[in-house]
Design a protein around this ligand. Structure first.
Ligand SMILES: [Zn+2]
Length: 581
């Protein structure tokens, strides 16, 4: 029985790809579009593609924590094999990645179909005339081998798949700024070598039901260079939307509903933070497309739609990539300019109350009261419903920073230098011990997350006063100029208000700790002495008035006097990084 089934499946697959080399029928096709290959089978197929083609090269670009090689394929008409040499060809470079969330393998199988078609179909390989592709079939290789049918509860196939996070339970798609995982470090190194002109990250969504096999995210809401934004808005999006429509695979913006699951509440859009892949590439002047295939569609529909999205993007880049490359070059120059530096830099965004009405093809649904939870039970039906919905896509910055000429990082923050090297950010080292008057932040009312986020205790909120103080920096401290192409990245790393900043990720939490305390027998007389000063007395009375519970805690009262005395730690709550304007 099994043999007959296998033969039937094979015959079916051969029928689809009758003109092709049998070695190049993908695992996905052989499985009757129901399955995705394991890591070993993926690597074997990469090698088969490279062996069978004079366009494709296979290599690895790093090693995972569990010791697996990170695979990368390059498709180039001259079979250029060194990522660093691709740029010299002058062609547009497209970087595609799949399986950063290894439970969402659609991009791996979609990319394999595209690469196989480069060998077997001249109508597809002709798009490599002006474009080279760098393809990572699995980024999260260790998570990929945490293999199960039960890794994605909302998702309709494949039969089995990998897991969302890496072997250390880190979500690689929150790691782009702090770059903690070896996979992320390797990715950034590859990205900097390749210097792509367009980036695609392939995922599968969760959320509501609707007809679109794919929703997409692209940064057009004001957080990247204006000319690149216009190119995405006026060239890329109209073309890809029309091509996908013609291929019977309509697409829509990646949105969420204003009220979870309640379609009629309207749609909202956002800006992707730079700790995510496409938010990161936007910060370094590379358009980043997020593909989210729809989890309720069957695996075949999702993979074929993702494949079309990749193929059509290649087609568009083959025609229009030259212009994009020019914009990218200009964007790098502008990002390093004084004009850019002197413009207040937006660190956070939110949508306003303005909306436009859009058509949205959703599914009919019913709601009933759950007798189990007492909450609402949403049930999506099978009937398509054409909604007219308010779309809240008018995004405005909500937090800004004034960017200095240099950020000054004290030598002792050794991890910062490592991070700058990873991101290929330019910096200098001071040659002498120096005391400078620098601008920095003094924090108060600092709140921390009660549970870890990506293994770190996040700073969730704070008040920050900007101040100018004398700061000491020993020889070998680091000066990071803002005038460089990666200025946006520099700002997000160092400006505490950015959600991706090192401060919010808890890397500076030690500055919030009090390390010295006074004994009561010392502080009792000192407090009485201090209260003779009318200014201190007034401050203390205000403190008591504002916090009625305050005097009930004797230690807190005495510590108030310690922290207002000359003995206090003058560096506590002071941001250790200076800004020189
Ligand atoms: Zn994902």
């Amino acid at each position: 029985m099994r043999i007959i089934l296998t033969l039937t499946t094979l015959a079916f697959a051969i029928n689809i790809c009758f003109s092709q080399n049998i070695k190049l029928i993908t695992f996905f096709e052989k499985s009757n579009f129901l399955e995705t290959p394991r890591y070993d089978s993926t690597i074997a197929f990469c090698k088969a593609l490279a062996n069978e083609s004079n366009l494709i090269h296979y290599s690895s670009f790093g090693v995972s924590p569990e010791g697996r090689e990170l695979p990368v394929l390059i498709a180039d008409k001259d079979k250029i094999s060194d990522p660093a040499l691709l740029k010299k060809s002058g062609r547009t470079i497209l970087l595609i990645q799949a399986c950063i969330h290894a439970g969402e393998p659609d991009g791996k199988d979609a990319g394999f179909l595209l690469f196989r078609d480069f060998i077997s179909d001249k109508n597809i390989s002709k798009y490599l005339e002006n474009v080279s592709i760098v393809f990572i079939p699995i980024l999260n290789v260790d998570g990929h081998e945490r293999w199960s049918a039960y890794n994605r509860i909302n998702q309709n196939g494949p039969k089995e798949m990998g897991w969302r996070t890496n072997a250390n339970n880190l979500n690689l798609n929150r790691d782009y700024i702090k770059a903690e995982a070896p996979e992320t470090k390797a990715w950034i190194e590859l990205f900097n070598k390749v210097d792509p002109d367009f980036f695609i990250d392939c995922h599968v969504t969760d959320g509501a039901d609707y007809i679109y096999p794919i929703t997409y995210g692209i940064e057009i809401n004001g957080n990247m260079d204006s000319n690149i934004t216009k190119w995405q808005r006026n060239t890329y999006l109209p073309e890809i939307t029309s091509l996908m429509e013609k291929a019977n695979s309509p697409i829509f913006h990646y949105v969420s509903f204003r009220e979870w699951h309640n379609i009629e509440s309207g749609l909202e859009s956002w800006v992707t933070p730079p700790m995510l892949s496409n938010g990161y590439t936007a910060m370094v002047n590379c358009p980043g497309l997020l593909i989210e295939s729809h989890m309720l569609k069957d695996y075949k529909t999702r993979v074929l739609a993702t494949n079309k999205m990749l193929e059509f993007t290649l087609q568009i880049l083959n025609e229009s990539g030259k212009k994009l490359k020019e914009f990218k070059k200009e964007a790098d120059v502008y990002s390093a300019s004084e004009e850019f530096r002197k413009t207040p830099f937006p660190l956070d965004f939110n949508f306003t109350n303005d909306s436009t009405m859009v058509e949205f093809k959703g599914m009919e649904y019913t709601q009933e009261k759950s007798d189990l939870t007492g909450g609402t039970w949403f049930k999506f039906g099978k009937t398509i419903k054409n909604y007219k919905l308010p779309y809240f896509n008018n995004i405005k910055p909500t937090a800004f920073a004034y960017l200095p000429k240099y950020y000054v990082v004290p030598k002792q923050l050794l991890f910062v230098e490592d991070l700058l090297k990873i991101h290929n950010i330019k910096y200098y080292k001071t040659k002498n011990d120096t005391t400078i008057i620098a601008t920095t932040y003094i924090f108060n009312n600092v709140q921390f997350s009660a549970t870890p986020y990506e293994g770190r205790q996040r700073v969730t909120s704070f008040n920050a006063d900007t101040t100018k103080i004398k700061m000491d920096f020993v020889k070998g401290s680091i000066l990071v100029p803002v005038n460089q192409p990666k200025s946006r990245l520099v700002a997000h790393i160092f400006e505490p208000m950015s959600d991706a900043s090192l401060l919010k990720f808890g890397y500076f939490n030690t500055i919030f700790e009090q390390k010295e305390y006074g004994e009561s027998y010392v502080l009792e007389p000192l407090a009485r002495e201090m209260l003779k000063d009318p200014e201190i007395k007034k401050q203390y009375e205000t403190e008591v008035k504002n916090n009625p519970d305050y005097p009930k805690d004797p230690d807190a009262v005495l510590n108030w006097f310690y922290s207002h005395s000359e003995y206090r730690d003058k560096l506590q709550n002071v941001y250790p990084i200076g800004k020189i304007f």
